[in-house]
Structures are given as structure tokens and as C-alpha cells.
Design a protein around this ligand. Structure first.
Ligand code: PLP
Length: 355
């Protein structure tokens, strides 16, 4: 750290993204990216938009907003776009958390939440998942603060039913509840429909996972018009051109080609169920995931050692050095061929470890 770093940021511990190694070709199952390319409609529209890059992007994202409003069947004024959903999540911490309105989120969830809380100097409380890694709504209802729930949850993939979400939202009418639906398209139910009924619910989605556009950096949030206005105030105070023209165009293409996303998601779900069965066949415990990854542990294999052995064999999975899941690994679901190759490597590694 230089001697110029501001005192209020000196102790920041930044988010650690999953490895993106370039030195060797890995079977990459560590960052929940899609194994499929973006929709051709998305890349064609992005390429066409590139010809107009001398101009600033539209700060209102009017064309993208029209496409998204139609897609979700809601008013344009209830949507905001961002540079990846990470950005709008940060806006939500900026806009809706305070000294006396701490952020509340699970002890095992998306690693960016505590980083955003620290960045914005707001307190947070980590609420333990139940022993089976599912979310218990009661502690969220019982405490004061802004709720952040990834649904399906990050790292576990477990879905919280929308009835439970509604229970939290309706019981906490004086607090905002943010539902981060990064993985919703892999078989979970979206809470977007509840934003019609509740003015304290914000639903965040991304184009990075199911829509194969992680590199485009495009996210959005849907909520009551007043909530969106608050987030727009933050956006216009930081970076009104946060969404570039090519990514906005890619987003429109992706929304127009929804069938492509749905077919790809179906393939991921099929590969996920194959992976889950195969892991269980090898003696692993596997979370009941509704996302494009599973979390798995083996009673006889140290999680970190397994991660390292797989890496030596050219397979990258994600290991977290967090106490409760130290023995687990998160495995992104790729295509069926990728997962068959993963299971073949895993069988070999497990024979050595368990022998
Ligand atoms: C991947 C992910 C995001 C965001 O990703 P962006 O690429 O910034 O849209 C947000 N929340 C969770 C839980 C994620 O896993």
C-alpha cells in the first residue's frame, strides 16, 4: 500500500475472483461461467453497435430498457441497468444501508457482500445457514437491517421458495430486501412478480451466467419505481455511462433470443443432475442445487487436497477457505461432455486419495 491510500480504505480486503489462469488449458469449473457462447443475435447486435463507438452510450439505455420491460412485463421505470450486477449490488449497499441499518446476509453466500459493506463503511451481520445449508427466514425477520439473499444461494445452489421470500418481505415492511437472482434461470422461481406487490423488494439479475455474457458486464435490478429512482441517483453520481453501447446491444440480442438461453439452461440442468448422481455414486455429499454449480464433499477426502489434486490433473474447481465449507468444493456445471471428463478425472483422483 502506498502512503497515499486514504485511511478509510486502508483496511479494505478486496474480493478474490476465481482463478483465470492463462499458462495452461484447464477444464474450467471454477467461476460459474457458461460453457456455451453467447447467442448469435447478441454478438451480431454488439458488433453493429461497435460501429458507433465514437458516441457515448445512452445513459438511459432506452432500447435495452424497452426490451427488458417487455421481457419482464413491467414498466420501464422499474428497471435499472448496471455494469455487471455487482455494480447495482454495490449501489444497493450505498443507497439502503447505514450505521443503524446494517446489511444482513448469510454466513455462506456471495463473497462480495461483506466487501461492499466494508467499502461503504456500513456494519453487517452474517446469519448462519441451517445445518443443512438452507436459509432460515426467522433471524432475518427478527433483526433490523437491509437483507441480501442470493437465490439460489451462492456456493450452495440451494433455493429459498418464493413463499419464504414473501414471508420476509411482508414482515419487514420498513426494510429493503434484496434478492440476488444470478442463478435463477437454472430451474429456480424468480421473485420479480412480488415487486408488483411490495415496495421494499429489489430483485437483481445478471446476463453473466445463463445468458453467456460474463465478459459484457451487464446486470439489472427491478423494484418499485421509488427504489429504482434512489439507485439512479447513486448511478448518476458515480458513472451515468456505466453500460457501454456494445453490451447494451448484446443484452437486447440476448433477450430477443430467449429460446437459446432456455435450451442452454436445460442442458446445464441435465448435466447438473448427471454430475450430482455421479458424485453421489462416488460417495460424495452434494447440495440440492438449483444453480449451474454444486457444492460437494467426501467424508474421506480433504477438500483442499482434492482441489489441489484436481488442479494438477488439469481440472479447476473452487475451494473456499471458510470454516464451514473447508471440506467442500464448488463445481461449476459445464456441458455434458465437460462433466463426463470431470467425473473420469475425479474417479482417478479419488482412487489414489481413498486407497
Ligand atoms: C456471478 C454473481 C453475481 C454477479 O455477477 P456479474 O457478473 O457482476 O453480473 C452476483 N451475485 C452472485 C451471487 C453471483 O454468483
Amino acid at each position: 500500500m502506498s502512503r497515499f491510500m486514504s485511511a478509510r480504505h486502508a483496511a479494505l480486503v478486496p474480493y478474490t475472483p476465481g482463478e483465470q489462469p492463462k499458462e495452461r488449458k484447464y477444464l474450467k469449473l471454477n467461476t460459474n461461467e457458461s460453457p456455451f457462447p453467447p447467442s448469435a443475435k447478441a454478438t451480431e447486435m454488439a458488433a453493429a453497435a461497435a460501429a458507433g463507438l465514437q458516441l457515448y452510450s445512452d445513459p438511459e439505455c432506452r432500447e435495452l430498457a424497452a426490451a427488458a420491460a417487455k421481457y419482464f412485463g413491467i414498466d420501464r421505470n422499474r428497471i435499472i441497468f448496471s455494469n455487471g450486477s455487482d455494480e447495482v449490488l454495490n449501489y444497493a449497499f450505498m443507497a439502503f444501508c447505514d450505521e443503524d441499518t446494517p446489511a444482513l446476509f448469510a454466513d455462506i453466500t456471495y463473497g462480495f457482500y461483506p466487501v461492499f459493506a466494508n467499502l461503504n463503511g456500513v456494519p453487517y451481520e452474517e446469519i448462519p445457514l441451517k445445518d443443512d445449508f438452507s436459509i432460515d427466514p426467522e433471524p432475518y425477520i427478527g433483526r433490523k437491517g437491509t437483507v441480501f439473499i442470493a437465490n439460489p444461494n451462492a456456493q450452495t445452489g440451494i433455493e429459498l421458495p418464493t413463499e419464504e421470500i414473501e414471508r420476509i418481505v411482508s414482515a419487514k415492511t420498513d426494510s429493503i430486501v434484496v434478492i440476488d437472482e444470478a442463478y435463477v434461470d437454472f430451474g429456480a422461481r424468480s421473485a420479480v412478480f412480488l415487486t408488483e406487490k411490495y415496495d421494499n423488494l429489489l430483485v437483481v439479475q445478471t446476463f453473466s451466467k445463463s445468458r453467456s455474457l460474463a465478459g459484457a458486464r451487464l446486470g439489472l435490478a427491478i423494484g418499485n419505481e421509488e427504489l429504482i429512482k434512489d439507485l439512479e441517483t447513486i448511478r448518476y453520481s458515480t458513472n451515468p455511462y456505466n453500460v457501454n453501447s456494445m453490451s447494451a446491444a448484446a443484452g437486447i440480442g440476448a433477450l430477443l433470443d430467449d429460446g437459446y438461453m432456455k435450451r442452454n439452461s436445460d442442458k446445464i440442468v441435465e448435466a447438473r443432475e448427471y454430475t450430482k448422481r455421479s458424485l453421489e455414486g462416488l460417495g460424495f455429499r452434494v447440495t440440492d442445487s438449483a444453480a449451474n454449480f454444486v457444492l460437494a464433499e467426501h467424508p474421506l477426502a480433504d477438500g483442499k487436497l482434492l482441489y489441489s489434486r484436481l488442479k494438477e490433473e488439469g481440472v479447476l474447481v473452487r475451494h473456499f477457505d471458510t470454516e464451514r465449507i473447508r471440506n467442500w468444493n464448488r463445481i461449476t456445471i459445464g456441458s455434458m461432455e465437460m462433466m463426463q471428463s470431470f467425473i473420469a478425472t475425479l474417479e482417478k483422483v479419488m482412487k489414489e486419495i481413498v486407497a
